[in-house]
Design a protein around this ligand. Structure first.
Ligand code: AGP
Length: 611
């Protein structure tokens, strides 16, 4: 999730852009850059690392001009480097583009442009846009951008300037946010409101498939086919702090609400249009290798380990390959056996977790192939793996992992389908059906987000809010859901919570059941539903408090539950991705109601980079 800022007016664009980019740093950054148009020239400065590195470069080589664009990069294609940082340019270095999003067909566009004589400088998908704009440029930048985007599929929010058009700033979006700010004889573009609130609170929210030409004295908006569009001017009344969270009280709640788009982005570019064939190029695993793996080892910590358990269940169900799941902190000290043809799949949002990194090094030394599921591009885990599946979830600021978890589960689903198909254990039609199920998940999550009344009510209910302990129970695919739900509650509300395989109740935990103990039972429709109902009845017989996560439409479960969080019907193996959301919300509201520091819980760090 990169940050974009653009400006046209009479101020020095660089000052406006840098101030704006600093307000967007929470969106993640690994490199940054700015380009300005002045006196018929296009000038730019780019830098690797934090924004302060760009600031420093600009002190040494000051830039100014009344028109410009800037960018902080959160890499999705191409490791962080100065070459890969934005803006990107056409071959003549006369057109500059900044971009937030993922161009799904960038490889074919790149190949086609190269056939037409274009030479590329970077590994990024963004650079294809700059060359496409040049291809269609005949003097009108707005028209050239409009035409170029007709060739593009994927998600983008872009800003474009050209040295021959000193009075025009062009912006467009599809699938990534972009706003237009309007001032007195000046205009702005930004990924997010905080970047420009200092200058104007009059904004237009571009919608998908819209292109905007901003001039000092006005603007015009059309769709990419050229049909004029009328947008309503909005007035932003957030304060600065609220604006970074897009109006949410905490980053965690913002990130929980981002999950429908996050799942779409995790799937983006991984399923071939038309064929629905899963393509995970960045894993760098050949089909021969894939067929030859005799064992898969998943290592991770915390929430990522819970996602790894979902991954184990999915891979074994679909691809019938034995999967060993291990906590990285245990794996690294137990002198693990790594037979030939072992694939290790480390899972890490930050890509900097010390134990996970050490586990990778041990497995590599013992001959394993390592392909990680990781969110931060160019992170240590990514760099030390032979291949990756980048989650494409955008930076996760809240210490409690939410969107990273559902994104990791989605990535495992893709891998499991790919492995099963490659091994001839899944037909194309079965794979197509499973991918259709995955594509339905965002709206199932959206349903939960739009129907939170019961969750909000329970989070205020003293029998939960004031509980001293809680038990979370699940079976099969939702055993990891129970573990993850319990971790969410304990780490942000400080209520002791324990996730358990429901079948273990009789082996100890049932001794804990009293009329003061809330027991969260995940009993969505599936193979183990009846067993879960039996567990619930055992708990009720001992006066336990039962809060059930159930499938919408299941009325029978009401008789056994004090409270119910419903989720839409979902293909059971993928249900952990949806079940996670009410449990995230429940933990969030309980913690908030208890006055806890939701985004930065005590004693916790976002990334455990030391043992
Ligand atoms: C989960 O909410 C915690 N933030 C923590 O357990 C986290 O999942 C764990 O530290 C692993 O982090 P990673 O995914 O960055 O490796």
């Amino acid at each position: 999730m990169c940050g974009i800022v653009g400006y046209i007016g009479s101020k020095n664009a660089v000052e406006v852009i840098l101030a704006g980019l600093h307000r967007l740093e929470y969106r993640g950054y690994d490199s940054a850059g700015v380009a300005v148009v002045r006196d018929g020239n296009l000038e730019w400065v780019k830098s690797l690392g934090k924004l302060t590195a760009l600031d420093k470069k600009l002190e040494e080589k000051p830039l100014n001009g009344p028109l410009g664009i800037g960018h902080t990069r959160w890499a999705t294609h191409g490791v962080p480097s100065e070459t890969n940082s934005h803006p990107h340019f056409d071959m003549q270095m006369e057109i500059a583009v900044v971009h937030n999003g993922i161009i799904e067909n960038y490889q074919e566009l790149r190949e086609q442009l190269q056939k037409e004589g274009v030479t590329f400088r970077s590994q990024t998908d963004t650079e294809t846009i700059a060359h496409l704009v040049r291809k269609y440029y005949k003097g009108d930048l707005f028209r050239a951008v409009q035409r170029a985007l007709q060739d593009v599929t994927g998600a983008y929010a872009i800003g474009v300037v050209c040295k021959h058009n000193p009075d025009v700033l062009v912006a467009a979006r599809h699938g990534s946010p972009l706003i237009v700010g309007l001032g007195d004889q000046e205009g702005f573009i930004a990924s997010d409101v905080p970047a420009i609130m200092k200058y104007t609170r009059k904004v237009l929210y571009l919608d998908n498939g819209q292109v905007c030409e901003i001039r000092r004295d006005g603007y015009r908006v059309e769709d990419i086919q050229g049909k004029p569009v009328t947008l309503t001017l909005q007035h932003v009344d957030w304060d600065d702090a609220a604006a970074e969270k897009e109006g949410y009280p905490h980053f965690m709640l913002k990130e929980i609400n981002q999950q429908p788009d996050v799942i779409r982005n995790t799937l983006r570019g991984r399923v071939e249009e038309g064929s629905d064939q899963v393509i995970l190029r960045d894993m760098n695993i050949s089909e021969e290798e894939l067929k030859a793996f005799e064992k898969i080892v998943i290592v991770a910590c915390g929430t990522a380990w819970h996602a790894g358990m979902v991954g184990k269940y999915l891979i074994e169900k679909f691809a019938r390959t034995p999967v060993e799941l291990d906590l990285a902190s245990e794996y690294r000290y137990r002198d693990p056996i790594v037979p030939k043809n072992t694939l290790m799949i480390p899972v890490s949002q930050s890509g900097e977790t010390a134990d996970t990194l050490e586990a990778i090094r041990i497995a590599k030394k013992r001959g394993a192939k390592v392909a990680s599921i990781v969110n931060v591009v160019g992170s240590s885990v990514a760099r030390e793996s032979h291949g990756v599946i980048y989650q494409q979830a955008g930076p996760e600021i809240g210490v409690a992992s939410t969107k990273a978890y559902t994104s990791q589960c989605t990535a495992f689903a893709l891998f499991a389908i790919w492995l099963a198909e490659t091994r001839g254990l899944m037909s194309k039609s079965q794979a197509k059906e499973l991918i259709a199920y995955l594509r339905e998940i965002p709206e199932k999550i959206q349903w939960v987000l739009d129907n939170q009344e019961d969750i909000v009510r329970c989070a205020k209910d003293p029998k939960y809010l004031e509980a001293e302990s809680a038990l979370y129970l699940g079976r099969s695919f939702n055993f990891p859901s129970a573990l993850e739900g319990a971790l969410k509650l304990k780490e942000i509300s400080y209520i002791h919570a324990e996730g358990y395989a429901a079948g273990e109740m009789k082996h100890g935990p049932i001794a804990l059941v009293t009329d003061k103990l809330p027991v969260v039972c995940i009993a969505v429709q599936g193979d183990t539903y009846d067993k879960m109902v039996s567990n619930i009845q055992e708990i009720r017989a001992r006066k336990g408090i039962v809060l059930t996560v159930a499938t919408l439409g299941d009325e029978d479960i009401r008789a056994h539950s004090h409270d119910i969080f419903y989720v839409p019907p979902c293909y059971e193996p993928f249900s952990p991705i949806v079940v996670a959301v009410p449990l995230q919300l429940f933990a969030y509201y309980v913690a908030a109601n208890r006055g806890c520091d939701v985004d930065q819980p005590r004693n916790l760090a976002k990334s455990v980079t030391v043992e």
